[in-house]
Design a protein around this ligand. Structure first.
Ligand SMILES: Cc1cc2nc3c(=O)[nH]c(=O)nc-3n(C[C@H](O)[C@H](O)[C@H](O)COP(=O)(O)OP(=O)(O)OC[C@H]3O[C@@H](n4cnc5c(N)ncnc54)[C@H](O)[C@@H]3O)c2cc1C
Length: 310
């Protein structure tokens, strides 16, 4: 892991920086590149603007490690309201949530009650519920609660991180149970005992898992493979493999983050792939934004430049 990436990820988890970082005006300004705004209306507007380009959305209200039960309930109510607004406005936008935002650190029963309420509303409004994956200490419980949820609600998916050695085994279970999988490389700082330290190995594992996911389509049990990446070379490889396997272009579904690789998103849509863009919003954006900087340390120059931009 590069020194810059380690430093940025350490900052993302530092409590002192989490409180003070967002107050720095030049950080706020630079973060706008990845967020249309802090309010849910900003997200809904951005989702509506993507539609003419043939791109649907996924949304997440930023927040993690909520340790106040009242706040976890308020977050849940917020998501319920947004799910209703999406249904009322006819926008194609799927929720993606972090379990620690629903109070997982306070206990898994309460977090599951919130999660279940979201799945119920999401189901009632014809939507699909995604669950994010956080640090390795949360992987077991996230998969456990996802599997429990899937037994009651059909349209549920979870994020799987290709940097983890265990991803291959977890994927098998998820495919068997018809749970959607959004494969990503992984955004956190993890030890070499648990995660591939070298990027090239993560990329190779991503491709191997993608091949298994495309095979999983033949199960026709509701399994939904999604590739959450901006890596154009990897997407080309996956699409070529899908074509060789006789799959249609629209069997490859790619999710990217708002503000990254916009031209590539358009190209993929023109080529027949399904593309969704994950739009994040909310006031608690600092750790999330630091992880975006860590993914591409060149973004740090963007922050510095915005200090001097008029
Ligand atoms: C839809 C979606 C959902 C995600 N959900 C999770 C999750 O639940 N848990 C989790 O651990 N991780 C999640 N991630 C983050 C993921 O793990 C990676 O950290 C992130 O996607 C960067 O990896 P990459 O696949 O884009 O490939 P990389 O090899 O890192 O990047 C490939 C290319 O994409 C571009 N790029 C990548 N990142 C950036 C950036 N920040 N700014 C500008 N350009 C960039 C660059 O051109 C780069 O060369 C998610 C990512 C996406 C797209």
């Amino acid at each position: 892991m590069s020194m810059m990436r380690s430093v940025l990820l350490a900052i993302s988890e530092n409590r002192w920086m989490r409180e003070r970082g967002p107050r720095l005006w030049f950080v706020r300004r630079a973060a706008r590149k990845f967020m249309p705004g802090e309010a849910s209306d900003d997200m809904l507007r951005a989702a509506g603007e993507l539609r003419p380009a043939g791109i649907d959305a996924v949304f997440t209200r930023l927040g993690e490690n909520v340790t106040d039960a009242a706040e976890a309930s308020a977050v849940t109510r917020h998501y319920l309201d947004v799910l209703d607004a999406i249904a009322a406005q006819g926008i194609r936008c799927e929720p993606s949530i972090k379990l620690t935002q629903l109070g997982l650190d306070l206990g898994k029963d309460q977090a599951y009650a919130h999660l279940r309420a979201l799945a119920e509303r999401s189901h009632a409004t014809g939507n699909y519920l995604w669950i994010d994956m956080e640090q390795t200490s949360y992987v077991d419980v996230t998969l456990e609660l996802t599997r429990r949820l899937k037994r009651e609600f059909p349209r549920v998916g979870v994020c799987l991180q290709a940097y983890l050695y265990r991803a291959k085994d977890d994927l098998k279970v998820l495919i068997d149970e018809g749970i959607g999988v959004r494969l990503v490389k992984g955004a956190y700082k993890e030890p070499a005992e648990l995660a591939y330290p070298k990027k090239a190995d993560v990329d190779e594992n991503f491709f191997a898992l993608a091949v298994t996911m495309l095979e999983g389509l033949s199960r026709r049990n509701g399994f939904r493979p999604v590739f959450g990446t901006h890596d154009s070379a990897l997407i080309v490889r996956i699409r070529a493999h899908a074509e060789r396997a006789g799959l249609a272009a629209r069997d490859v579904e790619v999710h990217m983050l708002y503000g990254i690789q916009r031209a590539e998103q358009g190209r993929l849509v023109n080529d027949g792939a399904i593309v969704r863009v994950l739009i994040a919003y909310g006031a608690y954006w600092f750790p999330w934004y630091m992880r975006r900087l860590a993914e591409r340390p060149a973004n740090v120059w963007f922050v510095l430049r915005s200090m001097f931009a008029g």
